[in-house]
Design a protein around this ligand. Sequence first.
Ligand code: ADP
Length: 441
Amino acid sequence: MNASEFIQQIKAVRQRADVLENHAKTSELLPAEILHDSLEELNTALEELRVAEEEIRQQNEELRNTRYALDVERQRYKELFDFAPDAYLVTNTEGKILEANRTATHLFKISQKYIQGKLLINFVPENQRRAFRSQLIRLQQIKQIQDWEIPMQTREHTKFDTAISVTTMCDREGNSKGWCWLIRDITARKQAEAQLQAIRNENLQLQEATRLKSQFLAVMSHELRTPMNAILGFSQLLLRHPYDQFPPQARSMVERILSSARRLLMLIEDILDFSKLEAGRLELNLEEFNLAELVTTSVQELYCLAQQKNLTINVYINLSDPQIINDSDRVRQILVNLLSNAIKFTDIGNVNVEVLEIQDRVMLIVKDTGIGISEADLKNIFQEFRQVNQCLTRKHGGTGLGLAIVDQLVRLMKGSVTVESKLGEGSTFRVELPRVVHSNH
Ligand code: ADP
């Protein structure tokens, strides 16, 4: 029942009272009887009125409850709107701000009171305003824009980066009546992107520097090798002369020139190999050869060195088929590097070389009873230029490239190298290689 129906009801009661009044005036019945009838009728009418009134009261109660629920809901939405992580704004189609949430006022550093009525373009830096206006014109046609990145500014003109999404609000007839703006501050993201880009650039520069370094090393080593060969060649020629043709001590001087030149050449070879390996330019010369023979001759090459230190080298070869396919020079290089280290870092005891096979792979084991390597150093032992003890190394010589070359060569051959060692007790290096190595190019 609504208010006008209720009024109708009151009118009806009033009319009834009038009818009763007329009836009382004109009736021939006794006044007591008339009174009785009239009261009865009036009571009925009043009862109806009470029912109607109760109905209205209930409706009012319901209305109050609905309004309360509506207020609660509105408050909830207001809070959601206000405390949203992004700035929300409502503008009319001229871009005048009608509503702004709390985040928006924080972002633009302006109070709620002053932001309303301002043009949004005020918060766009001057050099961006033309672009902003043309986007607004575009917006009239396309109705919405997503993730439009544009710098904005606070009331005090402090700039920050934003990503904006805008949608058009329409009235019932479908005419645009304003826009809803979601403005996200992306300054932190932009800074992170810039940092990432800087790191990428730095990385590229580093890669380029590494490439140039490898190239430089390769060129330098090559250039050094040529005069070294002359020194080696001529000192060897000199030594062929009969003993008495040398002035006193000259022969031993030439011998020292020769041995120093040999050592220098080996170092140059190492640098050259390493720079080639690092640049991925080293190719394996694959061929079939006898691994047992190669091990025996390599050990013989270093036999003198071991003898000078009173060390024995024991060789154990356990191969059912010694033929393998690999680059024999490079396999020799691996073995010689490990073996010369074993001799270099062992003063008492012996060096054992063992060769065995495990299915389609072969294993070279070089074991010594030398100074050993601490657990902490074991992790870095295969890194280039890594030498465990600088003083010791100065005594023993070396570049710190030997094991790095071994590691890279073994990788190139699709094998693996591992080391086990205990300080003061010796070291064991194990190289595992496929019996048949395939070309890496
Ligand atoms: P270097 O030219 O110094 O020998 P390497 O790469 O061959 O370079 O070896 C790196 C370091 O690892 C050596 O300086 C040494 O400290 C340690 N090392 C290598 N082999 C052994 C070994 N058999 N016993 C003890 N230390 C070793």
